[in-house]
Design a protein. Structure first.
Length: 576
């Protein structure tokens, strides 16, 4: 089957996750797989940018584009998800009028160069708005995302409802803008798909018991369908229910209602129900969610329907399916070839994989909070990389450092015998940091090894240019104390090796600084080589005793030792 486009007013992007059949797998992947969709258009997401989370944006195998309300919280909002393995848009915009700006830009969409804009924006004098409504107001509520593929332009929209009379000017202005944008795009020769919650009933069979409701309100059917918003919508549609003469500029219909195209006489094909009155079980609702297409691509679709069994919102999803192959200029073309940028698919077969280079500026994955982030699943499928080759030091300098550190590494093993003596088969490795910042690994040395090591000529010493990163073993080193009581002769003869292979020395006369880097400069791992600080082995032994010794019995509030009691009663707590 070809590409499936699904539209769903989710009434809050998290709502569907509280319901079967994906209650156990609360992920967008599971939702999209159940919908069987390749493009998912969500309306009424009711989130702001600060509410976006990883699982909403970093969906493996999917890209996403949001239109979020600029001012109102928990209101409106549209999102379009596209499956990367099937389709990738070449342009993306937010808003129906084109007065918003792309991310990190101050140029409006409608003022971009021709090769970067989708087009069809209302021209001067086309859009007449009433009241205090202006074009920026229309686009500031997060009601539209527009994607362009080589095959067609997809408009995902959430039109205002007519619940509040104070919003009539906004609702009418939005419907006018939608009508103008669609007609302008079709006039440019582009194919157009409009989908979403349009909040308009187009015919009497699209709402339950309309005649009885109108009788109670003393209205006729003609009065009902002559309201401004319904009249604009029906004039946009082929076979629309238009009362009287068509308006100027709307003489010709341009869109097909795909739901009615495949189910022309079906009754009760409702997509929205009143949750407060619990009218869904009795299917007492209305059809206000649509998938519409321009007349030049009517033959491309093989199916369209509703998914009334899916719960989680007061709406149900609606969908339409594109055929595997379509007719373009009297030639049969694979739909995937024209649903992706050039040279991605050919004859329905992928030539190159989707990559982050295909992301458009409006993609939510480029929002700074999510840019270059990965899904947690990527951690388990990431390919291992080859180890980096570490440049070798010059022979003279490196061999001289090896000679000195081999001796000291052997002595350093004796400093940790009390805690964890190494076996003869467990080598002790040490590292030094040369001035070039590279690491030189020292050959393994064991406490019982008696093999002589190769030696080379001593070379000039070098000082490290950068401080190294702390070694984990540095956290377990005993504390140091001020050397106020040691005798000078003891200071001159005392030296020890760090647990991480670094060297500490107390005497300037026995310092190896002339042959090795000044390891006292290492960050965090090493102990100062100053004669003021030494290791106190007694304190180190006491520290380990406190850590590994018998635990002290805690005291109760009366100052007495606490006692431990064990349950002997039969049951699940026996022995606890």
């Amino acid at each position: 089957m070809g590409i499936r486009i699904t539209s769903w007013n989710v009434n809050g992007i998290r709502n569907p996750f509280g319901y079967q059949p994906w209650r156990e797998k609360k992920t967008f992947e599971a939702m999209f797989d159940l919908l069987g969709a390749d493009i998912v258009v969500m309306q009424e997401t009711k989130i702001q940018r600060k509410d976006l989370q990883d699982d909403m944006v970093l969906v493996p195998g999917w890209d996403v584009f949001f239109s979020l309300p600029r001012h109102k919280k928990g209101y409106a909002g549209v999102a379009i998800y596209t499956r990367n393995s099937v389709c990738a848009p070449i342009r993306a915009e937010e808003g129906i009028v084109g007065v918003l700006c792309p991310p990190n830009s101050t140029i409006q969409f409608r003022d971009l160069p021709n090769d970067q804009q989708i087009g069809g924006y209302p021209q001067f004098g086309q859009l007449e708005l009433n009241g205090n409504i202006d074009e920026l107001t229309l686009d500031s509520e997060g009601r539209c995302v527009i994607l362009e593929f080589p095959a067609f332009v997809l408009i995902g929209t959430y039109s205002p409802a007519n619940r509040d009379e104070s919003r009539d000017d906004f609702r009418l202005g939005y419907m006018k803008a939608l009508d103008i944008r669609v007609r302008n795009l079709v006039a440019m020769g582009k194919r157009v798909i409009v989908t979403g919650d349009l909040n308009v009933i187009r015919d009497a069979k699209d709402t339950a018991n309309l005649s009885e409701r109108l009788r109670k309100e003393s209205l006729t059917m003609a009065d009902f369908f002559s309201s401004p918003s319904r009249r604009i919508f029906n004039q946009l549609l082929f076979e629309g229910n238009v009362i009287g003469t068509r308006d100027e500029g709307r003489e010709n219909p341009v869109l097909w209602d795909l739901g009615r195209l495949f189910h022309p006489t079906r009754e009760g094909m409702f997509t929205c129900w009143d949750t407060k009155k619990n009218t869904r079980p009795g299917n007492f609702g209305s059809r206000i969610d649509y998938v519409l297409c321009s007349g030049n691509m009517k033959s491309w679709f093989v199916d369209s329907n509703i998914q009334e069994g899916l719960m989680g919102s007061d709406h149900c999803p609606v969908f339409a399916v594109l055929n595997d192959t379509v007719q373009v200029n009297n030639h049969e073309v694979f739909i995937k070839d024209i649903m992706n940028p050039p040279r991605v698919f050919k004859d329905g077969k992928r030539l190159r994989e989707w990559s982050t280079k295909d992301l458009l500026p409006l993609s939510a994955k480029l929002i700074p909070e999510f840019d270059r982030r990965q899904s947690i699943k990527d951690m388990f499928f990431k390919k291992s990389t080859a180890p980096k080759v570490v440049p070798e030091l010059s022979q003279e300098s490196s061999t001289s450092q090896v000679d000195d550190l081999e001796k000291l590494a052997a002595s350093s093993t004796t400093s940790i015998v009390d805690s964890e003596p190494p076996s003869s088969s467990a080598p002790v490795l040490s590292q030094v940091k040369p001035s070039s910042g590279t690491l030189k690994r020292i050959p393994s040395v064991t406490a019982s090894s008696s093999k002589p090591q190769k030696k080379a000529k001593a070379g000039p010493s070098r000082e490290p240019s950068t401080k190294g990163q702390s070694n984990l073993m540095g956290f377990f080193r005993p504390k140091v104390i001020e050397n106020e009581t040691k005798k000078p002769e003891e200071q001159a003869s005392s030296s020890t090796g760090g647990l991480d292979g670094t060297v500490e020395t107390e005497s300037s006369h026995t310092s190896i600084g002339s042959q090795t880097p000044d390891i006292s400069e290492s960050k965090g791992d090493s102990i100062s080589t100053s004669s003021e600080n030494v290791f106190d082995p007694i304190q180190a032994k006491e520290s380990w005793s406190k850590l590994l010794g018998k635990r002290v019995v805690p005291k109760c509030e009366h100052g007495e030792d606490c006692i431990s009691l064990v349950t002997k009663k039969a049951g699940m707590n026996r022995g606890k």
